[in-house]
Design a protein around this ligand. Sequence first.
Ligand code: 13P
Ligand code: SF4
Length: 354
Amino acid sequence: MTDTTEDYIASRSNVRTYLKQALLDQQNSIVDDEALYGRVKEALLQTDTTLVAHYYVDSKLQKLAEETGGIVSDSLEMARFGANSTARNLIVAGVSFMGETAKILSPEKNVWMPTLEATCSLDLGCPIEEFGVFCDENADRTVVVYANTSAAVKARADWVVTSSIAIDVVDYLDRNGEKILWAPDRYLGRYIQKQTGADMLLWDSACVVHEEFRMNDLEALRRLHPDAGLLVHPESPEEMISEADAVGSTSQLIAAAVSLPNPEYIVATDKGIFYKMQQAVPGKRLIEAPTRGAGGSCQSCARCPWMAMNQLSRLLRVLTDWPGACEVLVDERLAEAALRPLNRMLAFKQSQRS
Ligand code: 13P
Ligand code: SF4
């Protein structure tokens, strides 16, 4: 990975620039109100449009998806639901890789996003040029990439996985004697490696939100809440994962909150998940996990700046003034190549169900 270190540092500075822009954008946004909510809801119901939302977006958008026949879910279920939807139009409230995945799986549908600027630090941290070299240099390995990547990176991959299915896929490949090249999240990669014992070569990138969770203040918080369970997304540092009562995708963390016996939980993932998690466990208390620890400063403070760019006002503009402006388009050649590993993931998931 020495060849890519400088590029990785450059990507990090891109991430910081994006963070500043996103936060500014958030501050300048129109104040969302009930009237706006009503207009967006009506526009959604009047058109043949399904809203597919991630757990991290504003709770108002999650509520809209629930009230208009859409879905709020993790990234795997968003992909499955979008592909199976009979609606002509999909609006994906999330980040760009989710919109791209929806378009690749349903090229015949119109796919929009409230903004096309919402990216992801993992996607930014894995540019196709460097990733291509990494693959070429390790051509004996099966390329498994996280869904949080560009269409171009997916097009280079043998498999695409999300956090909810990554361990199962890598375990399957390992049992077939395959050596893995993994990208881009190093924490998730290490976690999968530990769980499966697979031979994995890891790309070195991270999620700006999850990598900020730290043990320091968590210990103090746990002393205050001795009965609290710890729920951790696997994009978090190893020190958090090793202490967790449950590690998993966003949907898996919500399921764990239901099945574990604890009366309260410390939750180490984006705060947006509290909306659906609290619905699932109305009688239990949810506590935010601390970031960085005493004296530290966090960049994102457990809130993905790109997910936060999904706002009601932008959604309304897509549905009224901007048809076409925020349409997700994917280069046909890339889409065709990226479809193969994506379909492999969906078929694998299907085979687990049957
Ligand atoms: P999930 O697949 O768990 O929803 O994760 C997506 C994501 O971007 C987490 O940061
Ligand atoms: Fe990407 Fe992290 Fe945001 Fe998820 S939370 S979309 S991994 S930056």
